[in-house]
Design a protein around this ligand. Structure first.
Ligand code: CDT
Length: 352
């Protein structure tokens, strides 16, 4: 078996007035709980270090800049505690953050940090940015101004192999497992570099962020690279009728249920049709005393089943063992892409 123990580290309410040390303390506690469960890879949510600020129309540049992480996120003073603790505990982490890139662009990003080497192994910048550039005229509307604050990601959907995860006795180098057919993107230890034909049995990961999970394309692009575990942090409004194109009179409870249902539907269905595990971690709860964000962090298997799921709307760790050999039946039968896809009919997908 090639088994990896993964966790979603769900984070509850994070208010706009919360101080960073408080948020870091919560993140360290989640890591500690994960360590007690012998977790090897843990996923934090999208924009984990602050409240979900794109709901606000912010015109003051200094105020906006304060929501972004500047410099190397793994070593910057405001964020490094999480990475240092992950390294000390021997847990790989994927963390979402608002990135102020050195050249001045801003992205909604996440990194995969490899504890054994103390290095960022891969970075992803969110590609599908939901919402609007301008706020709704209705002062009661919940906004989602990601198109205003972020540039669309420029790093693609690149799968990457992660060394040092498979335990003694695990089949790390055997030929013929599900991942061998692909993953020609990132080399272990080289963010966004090429794999140089170095195919081993190390697990293949992919990352996406929140809204990306609703689109089949990122999943298939990762699936074509033999992805075995997809990581996806999110911030999803429960009741936000303007955002969802619903009536203002919609029942908030029902809206919340539907939002949760659609989240899980995406993780289960897209995970299944690409024969991959998925891990999703929510930033949830009632933010700023006003904005309700869904929970529903879950881990799904390659058959589309939920194998772990959060029970609360607060900080919570959910854990599952992912036997990566479970990706093989889907890859070699129903979703054997090489045998069954009919790409001659898919052209419209990549036309403007
Ligand atoms: N953060 C994020 O991408 N949230 C969106 C909300 C929907 S906006 C219409 C999501 O897809 O969950």
């Amino acid at each position: 078996a090639r088994t990896v123990r993964v966790a979603a580290l769900q984070m509850g309410t994070t208010n706009i007035w919360d101080e960073r040390p408080h948020t870091l303390e919560r993140m360290l506690r989640l890591l500690q709980l994960a360590a007690e469960e012998k977790v090897q890879v843990a996923l934090f949510p999208e924009i984990a270090f602050t409240t979900f600020f794109p709901r606000y129309y912010i015109t003051d540049e200094a105020r906006l800049a304060a929501f972004f992480e500047h410099g190397d996120v793994a070593t910057a003073p405001d964020t490094r505690a999480v990475f240092d603790r992950a390294r000390d505990l021997g847990i790989d982490i994927c963390v979402g953050f608002a990135e102020a890139a050195p050249e001045g662009d801003r992205f909604n990003s996440c990194v995969y940090y490899h504890a054994a080497s103390g290095q960022v192994l891969a970075k992803y910048r969110k590609i599908h940015l939901p919402g609007d550039v301008e706020p709704f005229p209705d002062p009661d509307a919940v906004n989602q101004l990601e198109k205003r604050y972020f540039k669309p990601g420029d790093l693609g959907f690149e799968a990457f192999r992660v060394p040092d995860l498979l335990r003694e006795g695990d089949d790390a180098t055997a030929a013929g497992h599900a991942g061998d057919q692909a993953c020609d993107s990132q080399a272990s230890g080289t963010p966004n570099g090429a794999v140089q034909g170095n195919v081993t049995g190390d697990p293949i990961f992919g990352m996406m962020i929140c809204n990306d999970r609703r689109w089949s394309e990122p999943w298939r692009v990762l699936g074509l690279q033999g992805v075995e575990i997809v990581l996806c942090g999110y911030n999803t409004a429960g009741f936000a009728p303007h955002l969802w194109g619903a009536s203002k009179d919609a029942d908030p409870e029902e809206a919340n249920r539907l939002s949760l249902f659609q989240h899980k539907l995406c993780m289960q269905a897209h995970g299944y049709t690409n024969a991959t595990f998925s891990v999703s971690a929510a930033r949830c709860g009632l933010d700023d005393g006003k904005y309700i964000m869904i929970a529903g962090s879950c881990i799904t298997d390659p058959e589309g089943r939920i194998i772990a799921e959060s029970k609360t709307m607060g900080d919570e760790v959910i854990v599952a063992d992912c036997d990566l050999d479970m990706c093989r039946p889907g890859r070699t039968r129903t979703f054997d892409f090489g045998r069954h896809r009919r790409v001659e009919h898919y052209g419209r997908i990549v036309q403007q």
